[in-house]
Design a protein around this ligand. Structure first.
Ligand code: UN1
Length: 503
């Protein structure tokens, strides 16, 4: 186990490696590591958010006029720097967010991937040409930059979610103000340093993407400021319920990526070896702290006992401990409040008639007494009760049974959230039904892989209380731009649409 002193010293080394300033301040936001609960250092709070917004609005005026393929050059520099510093930044993610080594590195890889995507995208901001009803006319659409984008991110993907948003925003010609989670300011400082170096290499003002560090009030300032055209916020449904209406009240745009309550339907024909591996990664990986984590299994009654037995066996051999140990698969929860949520949900599930068949206990990790570690839990539930219908950000997997697929799909969709989903089956009819309009109501629906671990190439986000936004790949870039429809008359006549005659 890495000692408390080591973690803070190691953080300093890693910050130096990425070219960030040291955390040698006496005051500011205290950054801690969930590995041991140790304070890593203090990050200065942004005292003047207004000036940051003003600088972003000012930078927008010139950045929005830079040709998009040239804007892509900045993203290319960022991608190169991330490649170069992948190990250091990945380790910082592990230290500050508690991810196991491969997931910390995977998060940085996700940043590199979106940079590659963004460079290509910078030459592909396509608009349509549309047939017009008027002779001698041409109709087309163009996509123009939108303005300043506020990016509000959560602790669980402390850097990748910034990159999905910032890369698309920069390619789109927007400028960015980033408010990271108060639980993960160190990785934000590291990424900002890399970004500023990329800007220097590309000869671009660093004001095109800035960082603000602070509490909820800082987030509120961004949400309410009419100079900010788009607020892209990732976090709880409770947060989104406040952000959405406030941004709408000033006719701003919001892109919300909120809670998930992701399920897998396991059919009688499922390949159980593959299913068990897929379920365990999605449910216990990242200690259940992804918005895409698997929280519910809806299994056919004929295979339920076998599946639960096999999941139980897999869970009993899951190594829980320091995420920096290469053998660990389940790292810590982010803090004590997350543990309270875990305990409370298990208690409620038991009251509702659930049986905890695996895990459920706190794990004491030697040398990390202030870290919050738990044994991931599996709970068999007699019904989809209230506790199952809500998102608990911890590794709890509720298992329910079904007898026919319609019933399974109804149960699957009967939750307030709609982010990600999956079905495990080798029956083509079942798979296609699940993917059809009569199937999963989520933004992401998979076959024979779990609901987590999406690639950046697809649009990412979900329906209902998940907020409706789409980030990352496909045409999610359109949310960061404004569309204009243009009609050009190249004739010497003035025919009016809809056959209207005038003058
Ligand atoms: C999140 O948890 O907020 O699909 C994002 C996944 C990751 C992203 C998760 N690529 O699990």
């Amino acid at each position: 186990m890495t000692s408390t002193v080591d973690l803070s010293a190691r953080t300093s080394e890693l910050l130096a490696a990425v070219g960030a300033a040291p955390l040698d301040h006496d005051s500011g936001l205290a950054a801690t590591s969930p590995i041991t609960g140790a304070v890593l250092g203090h990050v200065p709070l942004t005292s003047d958010v207004d000036s940051v917004i003003a600088a972003a609005a000012d930078a927008y005026r010139s950045w929005s006029l830079v040709p998009a393929p040239v804007r892509g050059g900045l993203v290319r520099e960022l991608g190169e720097l991330l490649r170069e510093h992948k190990d250091a930044l990945g380790e910082l993610v592990s230290i500050e967010a508690g991810k196991i080594v491969s997931e910390g590195l995977g998060e940085v890889q996700e940043m590199i991937d979106i940079c590659d995507f963004g460079v290509g995208l910078s030459r592909q901001l396509y608009g349509n040409t549309i047939a017009t009803e008027r002779p001698g006319h041409r109709m087309m659409e163009q996509w123009h930059p939108l303005g300043v984008v506020a990016v509000i991110t959560a602790f669980n993907f402390p850097v990748a979610v910034w990159s999905w948003n910032t890369v698309l925003a920069l390619v789109a010609g927007d400028t960015v103000v980033w408010k990271p989670s108060e639980k993960t300011p160190v990785t934000a400082v590291a990424v900002q340093a890399l970004f500023e170096e990329a800007a220097r290499r590309a000869g671009v003002s660093p004001a095109v993407a800035q960082l603000v560090v602070g509490d909820r009030a800082v987030g509120e300032t961004l949400v309410d400021d009419s100079r900010i055209a788009l607020v892209s916020a990732t976090g709880s449904t409770r947060m989104g319920r406040e952000v959405g209406p406030r941004v709408a009240a000033r006719f701003g745009r919001a892109l919300l990526e909120l809670g998930g309550n992701n399920a897998a339907i396991v059919c009688p024909s499922a390949d159980l070896d593959l299913t068990v591996r897929g379920l365990v990664f999605s449910a216990a990986g990242t200690a259940g702290q992804r918005c895409t984590s698997l929280r519910r299994v809806i299994v056919h009654e004929s295979v339920a006992d076998t599946l639960v037995d096999r999941l139980g066996t897999a869970y009993s051999s899951l190594p829980v401990g320091s995420p920096l140990d290469s053998s660990t698969l389940v790292g810590p929860l982010i803090d004590e409040a997350a543990h309270d949520g875990y305990v409370d949900a298990l208690e409620r599930a038991r009251k509702d008639g659930g049986t905890v068949v695996a895990g459920g206990e706190r794990v004491r990790v030697p040398g990390a007494e202030d870290g919050v570690y738990v044994q991931p839990a599996i709970v068999r539930m007699p019904a989809q009760t209230d506790v199952v219908r809500r998102e608990t950000f911890a590794p709890i997997l509720y298992v329910m049974t079904y007898s026919d697929l319609d019933e399974a799909i109804a149960l699957h969709n009967d939750v307030p959230q709609g982010l990600s989903s999956s079905i495990f089956t080798t029956d083509l009819r079942e798979a296609e039904r699940f993917l059809s309009a009569a199937g999963s109501d989520c933004g992401i629906a998979n076959v024979n892989i779990g609901p987590s671990g999406a690639e950046i190439g697809g649009a990412f986000g979900g329906e209902k209380e998940t907020g409706g936004g789409r980030e990352s790949g496909s045409d999610a870039w359109k949310s960061y731009m404004r569309r204009t429809t243009n009609t050009v008359n190249y004739s010497s006549e003035l025919p009016l649409a809809q056959g209207v005659t005038f003058l």
